[in-house]
Design a protein around this ligand. Structure first.
Ligand code: F3S
Length: 292
């Protein structure tokens, strides 16, 4: 069995930075505001170092250190943390911060903000908080049926991990709804590259494995892409969820992983797969991203 690993599999730049920041933080009472990433092991490791998760800002105390994760937060949440007398350790990804700036500025300029993304995702909720929670949020092309047809001046941004093909379709449709339109393609290049590589890889393998948290939106999108381009796609959180019977007999297996999947989890999946290869030659296409 040939095992082909996507070069872009695993932590993206923003997640890597946020995790480093969290692990380097020192102090008495430190919390991440929500889990730092969608990965139980990393959250547990932080807990072992005394960094717990706080979900509700009403529970924080003066001088607590609150780590803002890469997804970012709303303007109101920054203000609330400050009002509570806590210290903000800001690990918001710079790409997400850039969206906050666009949204705040264009909202103040009088544009109706449209976010193309999942309304339940923390990044989208955070972005909406930079235009007073007034944005229209579109996740599916069908959502366009529910909105006003005369929106006037609109400004569109995308969730950084949004599916690029869906983004093109939705933003093209939105032109019909406006007199004036500003379109900012804020899908992050890490997402773009990962999705493009997933398309390419899933087209040349028999089975495609996507490793990522079940709550991780970018991992779920990778899985959707792989499912559309490969006759068999499997979505697992870690090596324990990999059923070798599902890949037995495949001559080429591809692996990609979401932005919050640590290298050690990718490596463990490769090793488990490789156990099927005991008597065969094996090939790894990529070894520059993964440290064996
Ligand atoms: Fe940032 Fe892109 Fe990752 S927006 S958190 S580098 S997926």
């Amino acid at each position: 069995m040939e095992i082909l690993v996507a070069k872009t599999a695993g932590f993206c730049f923003g997640v890597k930075k946020a995790i480093e920041k969290a692990f380097n933080e020192k102090g008495e009472r430190i919390f991440t505001y929500g889990p730092i990433i969608h990965n139980k092991q990393v959250v547990e490791e932080l807990k072992d170092r005394g960094i717990d998760v706080v979900e509700n800002l009403d529970n924080i105390q003066p001088n607590d250190k609150i780590i803002v994760r890469s997804h970012g937060i709303s303007k109101g949440e920054y203000e609330k943390i400050e009002q509570m007398g806590a210290v903000i350790v800001d690990a918001t990804c710079p790409y997400v911060k850039h969206i906050h700036k666009i949204v705040e500025q264009r909202f103040n300029d009088g544009y109706k903000i449209i976010i193309v993304g999942d309304e339940n995702h923390p990044e989208v909720r955070g972005i909406n908080g930079w235009c007073n929670n007034t944005a229209i949020i579109i996740n599916e092309i069908e959502d366009l049926n529910k909105i006003d047809k005369n929106l006037g001046r609109i400004c569109i941004v995308a969730q950084t991990t949004f599916n690029q093909n869906k983004w093109y379709k939705i933003s093209a449709e939105l032109i019909k709804f406006a007199k004036e339109i500003l379109i900012y393609n804020t899908i992050c290049s890490a997402t773009d590259e990962r999705q493009n590589e997933a398309i390419e890889l899933s087209n040349k393998v028999d089975v495609m494995i996507v490793i990522g948290g079940k709550n991780s939106s970018n991992s779920r999108k990778l899985y959707e892409i792989c499912r559309d381009n490969c006759k068999k796609a499997i979505f697992i959180e870690d090596e324990n969820e990999l059923n070798l019977d599902e890949v037995a007999g495949a001559s080429k297996v591809g692996i990609t992983a979401g932005a919050s999947t640590p290298d050690y989890t990718i490596k463990a999946v490769i090793e488990k797969l490789d156990s099927l290869n005991k008597l065969e030659d094996r090939t790894y296409e990529s070894d520059d991203e993964i440290d064996y």
